[in-house]
Design a protein around this ligand. Structure first.
Ligand SMILES: *Cc1c(COP(=O)(O)O)cnc(C)c1O
Length: 434
């Protein structure tokens, strides 16, 4: 399979280049040249297939033979070492729990898959691969843990100081080994900008083999289509159209769903739900895409003012607004609405939602109310509630348990390097430290 840059369709590279570069040299994002539809036989077998087998078929469908099938099987298996339950919350409303991985958020899927893929390519070259990851919380932990100890790789995590929860922070600042955490005195958008600038900097490119682990890397997106197939297979016997609501920030998770749909998975409709960082819902109403500085909310992993995968979404619809707006509905919700939903679902359905999942729940309910169609609704529960324990405890007036993997992180010692939003200083740091 070849991958092209969204800035220039004639710039095509192979999987190794797409994954090791992250961002295309012209600043575009890589997209598969085609997204083949899976076979009829595959869809017939889907309801009884194992998660691993369907994920391998999906990954192979996009990647092709760029890496040996046995290696891809191993990578898929490594990625999926945890459960992905589909939990009924109420009639026609299911939570797809994506938080049972080692860092308890859905980003484990992308990070684990990508780390293995990059590790495979790192073995074939002499130079160490330096992975830059800007994070609003969960990317940093998933990427750092995914790459921890992977030979031939070094990770630099950039995060906005004071804007991620203590539990999130501990998950990428206590690891050491090949992981370095930069505590940036700024916002997530500043961190993302520093990373983007680094990729365009000739001096850095000369000295390092740089790549990005943000959702701009195509390797993160491929495994994010796996669980749409898996959950669909669990729910298709209900015989109703299936609608997915995705709590969104950089819109990588929903892009994984769109990939699944392009591969032939009959997803009826998508709902993109955001917090008050509502650039995409506003676009869907007004046709105007106007990035703006991010605002801080209680669903902080979605505090994104300029969603990086938006261009990929547009690309999947041939840059046709009407086609996109027909398949995707956008809603945004305030922190107060989010808290109310968490409280109501807890008291009435005895289900604990984290603030991100709660936005997914709200988006799904709103959509189901607006259409008269009887649909099976799935919202993606993207993080374990304990990752946002402070907000969840306060909102639900309870004290939720911290699962063991998180307790271990909490006991670790935080080590970070303070940084400013100045690119010159960031560059100097990289050149001198490594
Ligand atoms: C990253 C993240 C999101 C947003 O996912 P995108 O792919 O950036 O849209 C939602 N919830 C949680 C918990 C996350 O970590």
């Amino acid at each position: 399979m070849k991958f092209y840059s969204t800035n220039n369709p004639s710039l095509k590279v192979d999987l190794r280049q797409a994954v090791t570069q992250g961002l295309a040299p012209d600043n575009g994002l890589y997209m598969p040249e085609q997204i083949p539809v899976l076979s009829k036989t595959f869809f017939e077998a889907l309801p009884t297939m194992s998660f691993e087998d369907m994920a391998f078929a999906v990954a192979h469908n996009i990647i092709g033979d760029d890496i040996p099938a046995e290696e891809l099987k191993r990578i898929v298996k490594h990625t999926l070492q945890f459960d992905t339950p589909v939990v009924k919350v109420e009639d026609d409303v299911y939570a797809l729990e994506l938080f049972h991985g080692p860092t308890l958020a859905f980003k484990d899927f992308g990070a684990r898959f990508m780390s293995q893929l990059l590790g495979y390519f790192a073995k074939q070259q002499d130079q160490e691969i330096v992975i830059l990851a800007a994070t609003s919380g969960d990317t940093g932990s998933a990427v750092a843990n995914g790459f921890l100890g992977v030979p031939g790789t070094r990770v630099v995590v950039l995060y906005p100081s004071g804007k991620v929860s203590e539990i999130q922070e501990k998950q990428f600042t206590t690891l050491e080994k090949n992981i370095t955490a930069l505590e940036v005195d700024g916002t997530f958008d500043d961190c993302q900008r520093l990373v983007k600038e680094a990729f365009l900097d000739q001096d850095l490119k000369k000295k390092f083999f740089l790549t990005s682990a943000n959702s701009i890397n195509i390797a993160r997106l491929i495994p994010q289509s796996f669980y749409y197939f898996y959950s669909y297979a669990r729910l298709q016997h209900l015989g109703k159209p299936v609608v997915y609501c995705i709590p969104s920030g950089n819109f990588g998770n929903i892009t994984g769903g769109l990939f699944a749909q392009r591969m032939g998975l009959p997803i009826h409709h998508f709902v993109a739900a955001t917090n008050s960082n509502d650039v995409v819902p506003v676009y869907l109403k007004t046709k105007q895409f106007q990035p703006r500085p991010s605002q801080q909310t209680i669903s902080n992993a979605m505090d994104v003012g300029n969603p990086s995968n938006f261009v990929r979404m547009l690309e999947l619809f041939g840059k046709d607004f009407d086609a996109l707006a027909k398949d995707i509905t956008g809603y945004s919700f305030t922190d107060d609405e989010t808290r109310t939903a968490m409280r109501d679902v807890f008291s009435q359905k005895h289900y604990v939602m984290d603030p991100h999942g709660a936005i997914g729940y709200l988006g799904l309910k709103k959509y189901q109310k607006e259409i008269s169609n009887n649909v099976t609704g799935v919202f993606l529960e993207t993080a374990h509630p304990a990752k946002f324990k402070e907000v969840v405890d306060e909102t639900l007036a309870t004290s939720i348990d911290i699962p063991e993997p998180l307790q271990k992180f909490m006991a670790g010692k935080k080590t970070t390097i303070p940084a400013t939003t100045d690119f010159g200083a960031f560059k100097k740091f990289l050149l001198e430290k490594f």
